[in-house]
Write a protein that binds this ligand. Sequence first.
Ligand code: THG
Length: 370
Amino acid sequence: MSGAPIFPSRRLRPSPFTERVSQEGVSGYTVYNHMLLPSVFRSLEEDYHHLKKYAQIWDVSVERQVQLEGPDAHKLATLMSARDLSNAEPGRCYYAPVVDGKGGMLNDPVALCIAPDKFWFSIADSDLLFWAAGLAEGYGMDVEVSEPDVSPLAIQGPMAEDLLVKVFGEDIRSIRFFRFKWFEFKGVQMAIARSGWSKQGGFEIYLPDTKLGTELWDAITAEGEPFNLRAGCPNLIERIEGGLFSFGNDMTRSETPLEMGLDKYCSLDSDHQYIGKDALLRQRDEGVKRKIKGLIMDGEKVSPLSIPWQISEAGHNAGFVTSAAYSPDMQANIAFAMLNTEFSENGQELTIQSTIGTHKAVVCDIPFAV
Ligand code: THG
């Protein structure tokens, strides 16, 4: 890929933290929900070691909120979520795959129940708002579908909690995993959840007003020194180790949550009716023909892939690698691969042709490590 800059336009939307992120020395971006998402600050490996030891502040504004509000908000939320939100409670977050009528994944948001008649779907990289608005229209629902001015700022890493206590007080400690509470900052209420796209622990602050972005960033970084706080971002190596899937990379509309091993986030045996349920039940009955698995690969350190690597074994197509990185802590190349079931047993040996050569690989479970 060329190192040419991206030409600015109204379609490439700014974040409330863009100025600080750039001052902190971001060295690479990816595009996500028509915005820039930092990918690297110092190097993937330096960022990784730091994240596992200290605290990092991440601009994850790209995790846009699709807001459903009104008398039919709950009805629409349950219709589009494979996760059963029938008994959703305010203050809770739910990892909620959204599928189409054939079970193909459209997005894998975190759904937040803000109030009985108000939900946020904190989305991965696809335009879920159009799907939600289309369903509301087609079903004649009384619900407003919008993208509010809400931008998550994540504080991740083992020192995240002690840092946020300095800024927001002791009550931070009482937030349980995948729950959120309301905290005041400059007279504005913000939801803070114990969540985030790493396995190192941490929080996400849902900033509800772009104008406060820099002040919020500065209030946190002002307390950062004892925790060796640095700007960071979702880290490719850490998220592969931890088994977090990236929508658009590890899964697309061509995959179902069952192929992704996300069965436990889909209601299949309850009365909950949602779009795609019949297709998922059928696939469960027939058995999946492929599934996502881990691979440990030998050879030179791999560099991040942008196009899936095909896997062939004894002349057969065995599947493809969706994400890969060298893990310093495991001292091995690790990867996710979508494998045809006959090649997906743990211990199965495979040959991978990557951009840097041929690797021997062994199939294993996900996650690799936490
Ligand atoms: N935070 C918020 N929005 C997001 C993400 C996030 N939107 C896009 C993307 N990330 C969605 N994908 C995931 C995938 C996994 C998790 C969160 C978001 C996750 N899963 C928990 C785990 O694997 O341990 C389990 C979740 C549960 O028990 O329900 O954290 O990161 N706001």
